[in-house]
Design a protein around this ligand. Structure first.
Ligand SMILES: Cc1cc2nc3c(=O)[nH]c(=O)nc-3n(C[C@H](O)[C@H](O)[C@H](O)COP(=O)(O)OP(=O)(O)OC[C@H]3O[C@@H](n4cnc5c(N)ncnc54)[C@H](O)[C@@H]3O)c2cc1C
Length: 411
């Protein structure tokens, strides 16, 4: 068994410093503009693509880094620069991970490169699971996928919501139900290739934070995709459905093995989202620390007051604690350790709550300035709020942890 270590090693430190340079020189200076414009920052994504940060290769390298913490380190640095731009740069990976996790080698080879495009012609991808009536309850999806055997095509109908890059993506990955009676076990994922008729963008949401990241509804109206767009292939789906039906008929919970595999995937991906939240928290903490050192009231810097200094001490402590949880969970995933206490969910829960807490404290330390758009902490506070909502709300993380530690079907 490998020994738990928090030393990322020299290669990873070099990557971190390189990413930090990009975040400081390119992302941070552009943050306020794209937040106000509420548009996808294509020129910044292109810059990232030119130097290799926006590519499948880059994320694969970080994922397979032997330290186990390549992905959280990358996420923290990019989101330290800005969360809205950060999500515009890494949003494609949501769809890419779905293809990597469920697709055949041929599907990965075909679709993953199309999701990113090329540095001269960058593309983004979207992962469409959530629906108006299926958010936390992913088993309630209504989007239907029906097989047209004569044409070897799947026909998709339904409305997806909250899709990051939805409608502006080249490739959309859509989760749909093939057999509604089987709940989550009756679902499958489909690639919708660029330019497929019937897929359109619905409303684009005007958001509280991460405003540079595009979030929209995706409408699927008689979308026909070739049979080979079913991730994993029809044979595998048929086998999975047959097993689920057998279990359901036998009274067992339908496909608990499959459910466990899905949970393990979530546990492994949640630390990456936690790391994004830590990036925001660290950025706000640094601004607040600088401000507290230089802002003079009552003839002395405000940090001279324990009331302010202790706030900063708590902020730093929580950020470091959150990072330890994130790195532990990420290391566990890389080393195939079982998440017996839902350690991935723990890390996302704590990091998300920390980002909200730290950014609120930072605004307080900056006083009136913290409340204005002249300083970045107001934006960081708005951006942090999504981290207790998406990729599983804080309540859902607690539910997962509570079930893992108790072994009870807590509701
Ligand atoms: C900016 C943004 C980007 C997103 N990007 C994507 C994306 O790319 N792809 C995608 O598929 N989805 C995406 N989402 C959707 C996101 O994952 C959902 O918003 C999230 O899962 C919550 O679902 P909901 O909004 O329907 O809230 P609901 O599930 O309706 O929850 C409402 C409230 O009830 C609570 N609640 C619900 N069930 C329980 C329970 N059993 N116990 C206790 N409390 C409970 C929740 O915690 C929450 O506080 C995005 C969302 C946003 C806002």
């Amino acid at each position: 068994m490998s020994t738990f270590s928090l030393d990322p090693g020299p290669d990873q430190i070099a990557v971190r410093d390189w990413l930090h340079g990009f975040a400081a020189d390119v992302i941070r200076p552009a943050a306020a503009e794209w937040d106000e414009r509420e548009e996808t920052p294509w020129p910044v994504i292109q810059e990232a693509a030119k130097i290799g940060i926006y590519s499948l290769d880059f994320y694969a390298q970080q994922y397979f880094d032997p330290s186990g913490v390549g992905i959280p380190i990358a996420m923290e640095e990019l989101f330290w620069g800005d969360a809205g731009i950060g999500l515009s740069i890494v949003g494609t990976t949501l769809a890419a991970v779905a293809v990597l996790a469920n697709g055949t080698e041929e599907q990965i080879g075909t679709w993953a490169p199309q999701m990113f495009g090329t540095p001269d012609d960058v593309k983004v991808a979207a992962f469409c699971s959530s629906e108006p009536d299926a958010g936390s309850d992913v088993s309630a999806l209504r989007t239907r996928a029906v097989y047209d055997e004569a044409k070897d095509e799947w026909v998709l109908n339904g409305t997806k919501t909250w899709a990051t890059n939805g409608g502006i993506a080249s490739v959309h990955v859509v989760v749909a139900t093939v057999d509604p009676a089987l709940g989550a076990r009756g679902q499958a994922s489909f690639v919708v290739p660029p330019g497929t008729p019937g897929l359109s963008q619905g409303q684009k949401f005007k958001k509280h934070g991460i405003r540079a990241s595009h979030t929209a509804e995706v409408v699927l109206d008689g979308v026909r995709v070739p049979g080979h767009c079913l991730l994993g292939g029809k044979e595998k789906l048929d086998e999975r459905l047959a097993r689920a039906r057998e279990r359901a008929a036998g009274g067992a919970s339908a496909g608990s093995k499959g459910k466990n595999a899905a949970m393990a995937t979530f546990e492994a991906s949640r630390p990456a989202v936690g790391a994004q939240a830590i990036g925001i928290a660290r950025a706000a903490y640094e601004v607040a620390l600088d401000y507290a050192r230089t802002r003079v009231q009552f003839g002395r810097p405000i940090i001279d007051n324990q009331g302010v200094a202790f706030q900063l001490a708590d902020m730093k402590t929580r950020i470091d604690a959150a990072r330890l949880l994130v790195w532990r969970a990420s290391w566990m995933a890389a080393n195939n350790q079982p998440f017996t206490s839902a350690e991935g969910s723990m890390s996302k829960l704590y990091a998300g709550e920390t980002a909200k807490y730290v950014t609120a404290q930072a605004m307080q330390i900056l006083g009136g300035n913290g409340f204005t758009r002249e300083y970045p902490v107001e934006r960081m506070h708005r951006d942090s709020a999504i981290y207790t909502i998406f990729e599983g709300t804080s309540e859902i993380q607690r539910l997962v942890i509570a079930r893992a530690i108790s072994g009870m079907p807590i509701r």
